[in-house]
Design a protein. Structure first.
Length: 530
């Protein structure tokens, strides 16, 4: 009897221990799980982790990621002098709730989801308002896909579809490109090569996936810059592989999900609101494929959507997706850390697609806060290990905002037309993702010869060149490096600055300070977030 009782108590204790362990794992914050999973893989692969970034590197990275620009010299000096162990967490919170957050997110999401196809004013307003209110990501995607002209609060979101339905000259609307963009950007699947047959190299991508997604959009039309109309979808889409010639058909369907049934209506009863030829009103069909895709795509049970969303937000802060390239999620290109991507997607869903919550958790991780410097004596590890911080390309708007702050401080006024020039010099061509660092001759010639750019480095008022030119010795290098690179110079860098200034005494000294400032601002270090 006693032995049974003890065995019973032991069993209860074992179960209790298991439940406590499970509860602790569930209670573990996401940023801790991020580090545990990345560090566990690094240990298995015997990769040395880079140390935590110093305060200057972290400060610059966080400001660029959440405010879209570098901090001013005064902010940098105050942060570097602050001994508080909580200052990094406080900074993340301040930036996420700061006045520049919504503009930064608008810049990034416009670049990622419009890929330099255009900058609609109402679209920009929609993004800015949505990020300021921390609108859930699934709701934003629903607005983008539904394109409801009667919802004034979401009108600008229709630009996502309307711009892709635009005609250029005599060219027809590129419905195939629209289908591909929705698959790439919202589901992480580039179905481009599956339009006419199953994908030749990716077994997961089938022709029926492309055609099912295409059926949601094939009867849409651009009415105006922010209005998308539909004609009724009455029957399935027929298709056949160019290889097999076997005839097939599909209704509206998302990859891997159940086909949406197309309801049947009597002729003349297809519309809630009848079309009007005089006003060129297309009417409102009773069955809207846009309403259907808006209902079915951005939901927690759609793993393609949740994993792609988490992967792109991870990319924003970490410089590489757990799945990379971002639009090639498939079984032969698995996530570098599958369990981590699963957890990120599930937690993002559980938090009701709260973007700020997600970004905060990633930013609090040691993975985000690691140095971009490879440990001494070690070879650089593959970027997909996330053991060393990855350099990230700045957008053209980040470049301009940072250049102005570096040279003239937080109250700097943007010279007329300079933003357009920066975009022309640094942006990729339309529909080219900006996910890699790509220096160009065009950008180099721009910073070498543009008068407005060169004017930033002439001493005037209290700008950085004028301030630094008043200083002596190592203080000149300190002032320039803090203002432009958000860090203190090394001994070698101080010596190089002193050597340069020694060559240009007297009246030429200020010009030399300007040249040094130009060299720092046009360096690779300034042009990336590291």
């Amino acid at each position: 009897m006693t032995s049974r009782l003890l065995a019973g108590f032991a069993g209860v204790a074992l179960c209790t221990s298991f439940l406590i362990t499970a509860d602790l794992a569930a209670a573990e914050p996401l940023h801790a799980r991020i580090d545990r999973l990345i560090e566990a893989k690094a240990k298995v692969e015997k990769i040395t982790l880079s140390p935590v970034a110093d305060d200057g590197e972290f400060l610059r990275r966080a400001w660029l990621d959440f405010a879209g620009k570098i901090p001013s010299a005064d902010v940098a000096k105050a942060f570097l002098a602050d001994p508080s162990p909580e200052k990094r967490a406080k900074l993340i919170e301040q930036l996420l709730n700061g006045p520049d957050y919504s503009a930064r997110m608008t810049d990034f999401f416009n670049m990622m989801f419009m890929e330099r196809m255009g900058d609609g004013a109402e679209w920009t307003k929609y993004l800015t308002r949505s990020f300021a209110a921390n609108k859930p990501w699934d709701a934003m995607v629903r607005d983008m896909l539904r394109a409801d002209p009667k919802d004034e609060s979401a009108m600008g979101a229709a630009y996502f579809l309307a711009k892709r339905l635009d005609k250029y000259g005599q060219n027809p609307v590129e419905y195939s490109a629209l289908t591909r963009d929705v698959g790439r950007l919202l589901l992480g699947k580039d179905l481009r090569c599956a339009e006419c047959h199953d994908h030749l190299f990716i077994d997961d991508y089938k022709q029926k996936d492309f055609q099912g997604l295409h059926t949601f959009f094939k009867n849409t039309v651009r009415v105006s810059e922010y209005v998308v109309g539909e004609s009724p979808t009455l029957k399935k889409t027929p298709f056949a592989s160019v290889f097999t010639k076997v005839q097939m058909e599909t209704g509206p369907a998302l990859p891997g999900m159940v086909m949406v049934e197309i309801p049947q209506f009597k002729t003349g009863e297809e519309f809630l609101e009848a079309p009007d030829r005089k006003t060129k009103n297309l009417g409102v069909p009773k069955f809207s494929t846009l309403a259907a895709v808006a209902e079915k795509l951005p939901i927690g049970s759609n793993e393609d959507f949740t994993k792609n969303s988490a992967n792109r937000l991870w990319f924003m802060l970490m410089g590489r997706g757990l799945v990379h390239p971002l639009d090639l999620h498939h079984s032969r290109n698995p996530a570098s850390h599958p369990e981590l991507l699963d957890q990120l997607a599930k937690e993002f869903t559980a938090q009701k697609f709260d973007i700020k919550w997600f970004l905060r958790e990633v930013a609090l991780s040691k993975a985000y806060q690691r140095s971009s410097q490879v440990p001494a004596g070690k070879e650089p590890a593959d970027e997909k290990t996330f053991t060393t911080a990855i350099e990230k390309r700045l957008t053209s708007d980040q470049m301009l905002a940072s250049a102005l702050i570096a040279t003239a401080g937080p109250e700097a006024k943007e010279p007329t037309g300079l933003k357009a020039k920066f975009r022309k010099a640094f942006n990729n061509q339309a529909r080219e993702p900006e996910d890699e660092i790509t220096p160009s001759l065009r950008a180099a010639l721009f910073v070498l010869h543009d008068e407005a750019v060169l004017g930033l480095f002439k001493a005037a008022g209290t700008n950085v060149v004028a301030q630094a030119a008043k200083l002596e010795g190592a203080a000149v290098a300190d002032e320039l490096y803090i203002a432009i690179l958000t860090r203190k110079p090394t001994a070698d860098e101080k010596a190089a600055v002193a050597k340069m200034l020694a060559k240009y005494p007297g009246e030429n000294r200020t010009d030399a300070v300007g040249r040094i400032a130009w060299a720092l601002l046009t360096s690779m270090e300034f042009g990336v977030n590291h």
